[in-house]
Design a protein around this ligand. Structure first.
Ligand code: ADP
Ligand code: MG
Length: 272
């Protein structure tokens, strides 16, 4: 399948710095009763410093599996191939230790369900304490925990620190998950459908927060979404996935205004 790359070119800063992520030919298959089923097929992906890349496509198109490959979180039942460089480091897919080190600093993630990052029996303080001890950076004191929560857009940090997840709204849980994700001072945040489970007003707040974080800290974000509206709002570039492949990529305005691939056109036409 042809990958269509829209002009104009990427923002100027990318011409000086090497991309934070460069993936080539990523392929992932899962064992099934009838053999190996391909989930991701020859995906090339690039993430520049300080940009938000939107990865869109219908359910089952391979967005999450692509990101699991970037994070070294593929299940043992998968087979994979491809080349990956993250922040200048070439990674051997399947090198669990190298990916664990990467997830301890350079790259972090949040998911659709914030509860997947939170233990119902632990307060936000206990979560942050545990995470900061793991990173062993810049202390794990009260000040640092409050700073992380504030960066994640929490204003009443004292109440939230003492709360268990069930005492917080979905939006606040996602903010706690974002504070945890920021604890290792990552350069890359992978956000897999981070607003899908939230109310519409809270969705907008979380998107604004991702945008603010990117601006304030030069954090680069891969934002996975099946919602083109979400992507159009804050992304710089977009990659459209269909049946395990990236079928179109380019600056978000160019792709959404003049989609070159029939699948992207269909996606646009089916927007509510
Ligand atoms: P998306 O995130 O775009 O909705 P996924 O990346 O989760 O889609 O899934 C892509 C394909 O891989 C789907 O067909 C899905 O059923 C399959 N898949 C994902 N995870 C697994 C797994 N752990 N075992 C087997 N198949 C999987
Ligand atoms: Mg998914």
């Amino acid at each position: 399948m042809t990958v269509i790359t829209s002009s104009p070119a990427v923002p100027p800063r990318s011409r000086v710095a090497a991309p934070l992520i460069e993936a080539e030919g990523l392929s992932v298959s899962f064992a099934s009763e009838t053999g190996f089923l391909p989930a991701v097929r020859g995906v090339d992906l690039r993430l520049e410093e300080g940009e938000i890349l939107g990865l869109v496509g219908e359910s089952g198109s391979g967005k999450s599996v692509t990101c699991q490959a970037l994070l070294g979180l593929l299940p043992a039942s998968s087979t994979f191939a491809g080349c990956l460089r993250v922040a200048g480091e070439t990674l051997v897919l399947g090198d669990a230790l190298a990916f664990e080190r990467l997830r301890g600093g350079t790259i972090s993630m949040i998911f659709q369900d914030p509860m997947s990052a939170l233990d119902p029996l632990m307060t936000a303080r206990a979560h942050l304490h545990q995470r900061l001890r793991r990173h062993e950076r810049r202390g794990d004191g009260e000040e640092r925990m409050q700073e992380l929560l504030r960066r994640a857009g929490v204003s009443d940090t004292v109440r939230v620190l003492d709360a268990y997840p069930h005492q917080l709204s979905g939006g606040l849980c996602q903010r706690v998950a974002i504070a945890l994700a920021l604890a290792g001072e990552p350069r890359i945040l992978v956000a897999d459908e981070p607003t899908t489970a939230l109310d519409v007003t809270v969705q907008a707040q979380v998107l604004d927060l991702l945008d603010d974080l990117r601006r304030a800290r030069d954090l680069a974000v891969i934002l996975i979404s099946h919602d083109l509206g979400v992507v159009a709002e804050i992304c710089d570039r977009i990659a459209v996935m269909y049946a395990g492949q990236i079928v179109e990529t380019g600056p978000v305005d160019a792709v959404l205004e003049q989609p070159a691939h029939p699948y992207t056109l269909g996606l646009l036409e089916s927007r509510p």
